[in-house]
Design a protein. Structure first.
Length: 278
C-alpha cells in the first residue's frame, strides 16, 4: 500500500513537470508564430542588473540576444557590443531593457560627471539636442552654458492670459446661413532670446558616436568629428529656470552656447526680423 502511495506522488510530480514543459513550449510556439508574421530584428536585452560604470566585458556576461518586432526596437539599440567598444555604462541597466548606445559613455566622461558638486538646492533636467545646437557636440560635464530659446509665431492671446471680463469673439452667420470665420488673431513674430545664463551642465550622453574609420580619417586631416546622433544634456538650475527649460524644449527650439565665467549678461534683447537689421 505504501509503495502505491509513493508511486502516485511521483507520477503526479512527473505529470506536473510534463504539463509545465508542454505549456512553455506552446507559449513559445505561439510567440514564434506571431513573430513570423512580422518584420523582426535581433537586439541585446539585459538579463541581470548591470551597475553604472560596467565595462563591455562585464556587460556581455549579463545580456542575451532576443528577436522582437521592428516596431518594438528602441532608438539607438545595438545588436553587437562592438558597436560601443571602449565605453562603459553611464547608468544602472535593469533586466528586460534593450542595450542602447545612449546608456553608455566613456570612462573619462563618467568620472568627470561624478566630480561635479551639484548644489543641493538645484534641480536637474535633461534635454535632447542635435550636435549643432549644443556647441557641435563638444559639451562636457562641468561646462557652463547660456540657454537660448526660439519660438515660431503664436497668437498673442496665448502669450497673455485672457481677460475674463472681455467679450467673447462672436461667430458671424450671413443671410445664406454660412458661418464666417472671425478675423485672424494677431500673432507674435519669430523670436530668439537668451533666457538663462550660467547654467551648469552635469551630464552628457551621446546617442551615436562616429565610427572608428571615420575618426581615423578625420585625425589624418586634422579635424574633429561631431557625434552623428542627438545628445542628452543634463542641466542643473533653480526651479523657475527648470520650468523655462522644459517649456522651451516642449514648445520651441533650444540652442546652448558655452559661456565663460566672465561673459557679459548685459545688452541682450528679444531678437525678431524687425530688429535684426538695425
Amino acid at each position: 500500500m505504501g509503495n502505491r502511495k509513493w508511486l502516485g506522488v511521483v507520477l503526479s510530480i512527473v505529470l506536473a513537470i510534463l504539463g509545465t514543459f508542454v505549456l512553455i513550449r506552446y507559449v513559445q510556439s505561439a510567440e514564434d508564430r506571431a513573430l513570423a508574421e512580422q518584420e523582426t530584428v535581433e537586439v541585446l536585452v539585459v538579463s541581470d542588473t548591470i551597475p553604472e560604470g560596467a565595462t563591455l566585458e562585464e556587460v556581455a556576461l549579463n545580456v542575451s540576444s532576443k528577436r522582437i518586432p521592428v516596431g518594438a526596437q528602441a532608438l539607438g539599440s545595438v545588436s553587437d557590443l562592438s558597436e560601443i567598444q571602449g565605453e562603459v555604462t553611464a547608468v544602472d541597466l535593469v533586466p528586460g531593457e534593450q542595450i542602447v548606445n545612449s546608456r553608455f559613455t566613456t570612462l573619462a566622461v563618467l568620472e568627470a560627471s561624478k566630480e561635479i558638486d551639484v548644489p543641493a538646492d538645484l534641480l536637474q533636467v535633461t534635454v535632447s539636442l542635435s550636435p549643432d545646437r549644443a556647441v557641435g557636440g563638444s559639451l562636457e560635464p562641468g561646462d557652463i552654458v547660456a540657454y537660448l530659446a526660439s519660438f515660431d509665431p503664436f497668437e498673442i492671446s496665448g502669450a497673455i492670459p485672457e481677460d475674463p471680463d472681455e467679450e467673447p469673439i462672436q461667430i458671424v452667420v450671413n443671410q445664406n446661413q454660412q458661418t464666417l470665420a472671425p478675423a485672424e488673431k494677431p500673432k507674435t513674430p519669430n523670436t530668439t532670446h537668451i533666457i538663462l545664463h550660467k547654467i551648469l551642465v552635469t551630464n552628457v550622453q551621446i546617442e551615436t558616436l562616429p565610427v572608428p574609420e571615420a575618426e581615423t580619417a578625420a585625425e589624418e586631416q586634422g579635424v574633429e568629428l561631431a557625434p552623428t546622433g542627438n545628445l542628452l544634456i543634463t542641466l542643473a538650475a533653480e526651479a523657475p529656470a527648470i520650468e523655462k527649460i522644459v517649456f522651451t524644449a516642449e514648445f520651441g527650439k533650444v540652442w546652448l552656447a558655452r559661456e565663460g565665467e566672465e561673459a557679459s549678461e548685459l545688452d541682450t534683447e528679444i531678437i525678431s526680423r524687425g530688429v535684426i537689421y538695425r
